[in-house]
Design a protein around this ligand. Structure first.
Ligand SMILES: [Zn+2]
Length: 153
């Protein structure tokens, strides 16, 4: 009886430890969920597997109207058109996000240290943020993760 109890403690102790040892990435992916049921396979691959769309494929590269860019999964407002600029990289780029729009994590894939960012509301991957010059930032966003809504006036 006592032995059984010890084993039980050992197992629960171990799973308790495992919960803390789980890589952050696993915990983080558990927070992501499909909200927009109409997402394409390509969108899902980017949002949930952190794939990257081919450069110069997004029509949002050429979007110059006033308005806001929203998360294509949950609809959260992420960027103002005022922060958008032509970076020449082939992906929609922004100097800043709306406050609290994203959360970040360090990404060591591709053998380099990059700062990954994801929607603070639904958790899906959007892109990477880079230092751009002395003080400016560049949010490099997959166009497929964004929906643009122009101002009505
Ligand atoms: Zn979202």
């Amino acid at each position: 009886m006592i032995k059984k109890k010890r084993n039980f403690l050992k197992i629960t102790g171990l799973s308790f430890l495992m919960a803390f040892l789980l890589p952050y990435k696993l915990l983080y992916s558990a927070t992501k969920k499909i909200i927009n049921q109409n997402l394409t396979d390509e969108q899902k691959d980017i949002m949930f597997n952190e794939a990257t769309e081919r450069p110069y494929t997004s029509t949002l590269n050429y979007e110059n109207r006033e308005g806001f860019f929203h998360c294509a999964n949950c609809g959260a407002k992420l960027f103002s058109s005022k922060a958008k600029f032509d970076s020449g990289t082939g992906w929609p780029s922004f100097t800043e996000s709306l406050p609290g729009a994203f959360k970040t994590k360090i990404d060591y894939s591709l053998g380099m240290k990059r700062v990954e960012y994801h929607c603070a509301n639904c958790g899906v991957h959007h892109g990477h943020v880079f230092a751009n010059g002395l003080s400016k930032k560049r949010f490099c966003n997959n166009g497929l993760c964004l929906i643009f809504k122009p101002d009505n006036n």
